[in-house]
Design a protein around this ligand. Structure first.
Ligand SMILES: [Zn+2]
Length: 312
């Protein structure tokens, strides 16, 4: 792989630094979350984490960027979105390249089949490769959970919010796709409850990361969506989940900015994950269109990113 130009990264204001771009010569770069990684750097403040540093060492995790793949044009160059016009052979090659960066083979990956539901699927050895190297036998699955080592959970994103779960005691994991519908329907909470049912997870043992996705400033929504969030979160305005757009005339429809990342955090806390164990990304997809695929920035002319999570 040739040298890759890394675009300047714009971090979200007022957030702690929780991501780092991992750049290894000859490999595709990827994003790592410092609350999950064992090499905590001085810019992140992870002191006082329950169960301490290194509690997530049994897991491999990562989030892709647009860099280091083989796709072209609007998909350039690391694309994992299927069915949007990119060559499936290139997508598979991108999985191989990203897998090589992470230390995960495409044959061990299981790719969610996301349709903005709140459906969670427990996957194991049987599902390995599905959606990546072979056909899926499932659909309408927006979150995956497993306690099987060597099964890599994969889900796709381009502004929607990825939520990563690690039960550091029972050694189980989950990965959810939380767009606005999934957030209002509490896919993150559904994933926690599925882990409680299937792995005897205690929610207080979960460390969760709300990953890169669209920021409130870039996510203007109309009354219809805002109303759904007001119903789900009665204190949405107070908590900053919804912010009224200023300057609306008397007659104009009210517009809002929606902070999906904060709403996901709220879902996790409501599901019993301790506040101190919920971490927020410092990256917005739409703020970083050269680094990350963004649906809104490109008006839908875009590829897709993936989150990866696996028990070693
Ligand atoms: Zn943004």
């Amino acid at each position: 792989m040739n040298n890759i130009d890394i675009p300047k990264i714009k971090y979200l204001e007022g957030r702690k630094r929780t991501t780092e771009l991992v750049c290894v010569p000859g490999k595709a770069p990827f994003i790592r979350f410092t609350p999950f990684s064992n090499n905590m750097n001085s810019t992140s403040d992870n002191a006082g984490l329950p169960y301490g540093n290194g509690a997530c060492d049994f897991v491999i995790h990562g989030f892709s960027t647009r860099l280091g793949g083989v796709s072209e044009g609007i998909f350039s160059s690391m694309n994992f979105a299927c069915g949007r016009g990119d060559d499936p052979k290139k997508i598979l090659e991108n999985f191989r390249i990203m897998g090589d960066s992470l230390g995960v083979s495409p044959e061990s990956m299981v790719y969610a089949k996301q349709t903005h539901t709140a459906n969670v699927m427990h996957v194991n050895e049987y599902h390995k490769g599905m959606g990546v190297t072979r056909e899926r036998d499932y659909t309408d699955i927006d979150a995956l959970i497993t306690d099987t080592p060597g099964v890599c959970l994969v889900a796709g994103f381009a502004d929607c919010i990825p939520v990563f779960f690690i039960d550091v005691v029972k050694k189980a994991i989950g990965l959810a796709h939380s767009g606005w519908r999934g957030t209002v329907n509490d896919i993150a909470g559904a994933a926690v409850h599925a882990m409680e049912n299937d792995f005897c997870t205690n929610a207080k043992d979960i460390r969760a990361f709300v990953g890169p996705g669209i920021c409130a400033e870039h996510y203007e929504v109309g009354n219809d969506v805002a109303d759904e969030f007001k119903k789900k979160y009665p204190d949405a305005i107070e908590k900053g989940i919804l912010r009224r757009k200023p300057g609306n005339g008397e007659m104009a429809e009210e517009k809002y900015y929606l902070d999906l990342q904060l709403a996901c955090r709220e879902n996790l806390i409501n599901a019993g994950v301790p506040e101190d164990s919920v971490f927020l990304t410092d990256l917005c997809t739409c703020c970083n269109p050269e680094l990350l695929h963004s649906h809104r920035y490109t008006k839908g002319q875009r590829g897709g990113l993936c989150g990866f999570l696996m028990i070693k």
